[in-house]
Design a protein around this ligand. Structure first.
Ligand SMILES: [Fe+2]
Length: 258
């Protein structure tokens, strides 16, 4: 696997007594033969308080191609030995575009879950808290996962549960795979920090800007870094493939939240 870099950002919420250190590990797109050692080395070195995985750790979560998933499960298992891990659903875990085309999802009223329950159990067995349109409270902090997997196919995320989450009178961190949800659904909500991935940094970066991201198009707005002291977007961990990454190394993001 190409060398993984480390990016560090600060977010000031005014709601914490002491600094929390959060690692964001996103968009691995686990494939056969991947080595996650470099990611684990960074996590050990940084020793974060929490590790956040906002989706697409796996290419698919459909109960098939077990061999291709071993790197993803290894990453979760070894991460959970370093700090508590929180995992939310990306578009790839929720079936990806092609499967949904076949299902003609637009006629389905409520969004069915497309992932394999056995593989979700395995994520949990590896030590992660699996957040699928829900939240948990960990040491006085609420950590939620918005399953925005179908947003690029024109479906709004499930927002009903989010109202209860936003009304909690404690600091709140939301994992939401798609940064394009931010502007429309999340920007004005009472959430201290939103963590996203999906855009892969815009794949090629020119003059510090991404070139293309699915769901955001050409010269996308949210691809890397901190926006409005509220949204942090990871460039993800998938190495160069058929389409190379240019000026855009895979990264582990570290956030100091105060
Ligand atoms: Fe994605």
């Amino acid at each position: 696997m190409a060398s993984v870099t480390k990016s560090k950002y600060n977010v000031y919420t005014g709601h914490l007594d002491k600094i929390m250190r959060l690692a964001v590990v996103s968009d691995l797109h686990s494939r056969r033969g991947m080595d996650v050692g470099g990611i684990i080395d960074i996590l050990k070195e940084e020793s974060p308080d929490l590790i956040l995985m906002p989706g697409d750790i796996f290419e698919r979560l459909d109960g098939k191609n077990t061999e291709g998933k071993s790197a993803g499960f290894e990453l979760i298992r070894r991460s959970a030995q370093i700090a508590p891990v929180f995992y939310s659903v990306g578009n790839h875990e929720n079936g990806g575009v092609r499967s949904w085309d076949k299902l003609k999802w637009s006629r389905i009223k409520s969004i069915p879950k497309y992932y394999d329950k056995g593989e979700v159990d395995r994520i949990r067995e590896c030590g992660a808290v699996f957040l699928d349109d829900g939240y948990v409270i960990e040491n006085g902090i609420a950590i939620g996962g918005l399953s925005s997997g179908l947003i690029n196919e024109g479906r709004a995320p499930e927002l009903a549960w989010l109202d209860g989450f936003c009304n909690l009178d404690i600091p709140k961190i939301l994992l939401c795979h798609h940064p394009e949800c931010y502007k429309k659904y999340l920007k004005d909500r009472n959430i201290d920090l939103i963590v996203s991935g999906h855009a892969h940094g815009g794949q090629w970066r020119i003059f510090g800007r991404g070139v293309f991201a699915p769901g955001q198009g050409i010269f996308p707005q949210y691809t890397s870094g901190v926006y409005h002291n509220k949204l942090v977007v990871s460039r993800g961990l998938k190495p160069s493939g058929r389409i190379p990454r240019i000026f855009n190394d895979p990264e582990v993001v570290m956030i100091e939240m105060k």
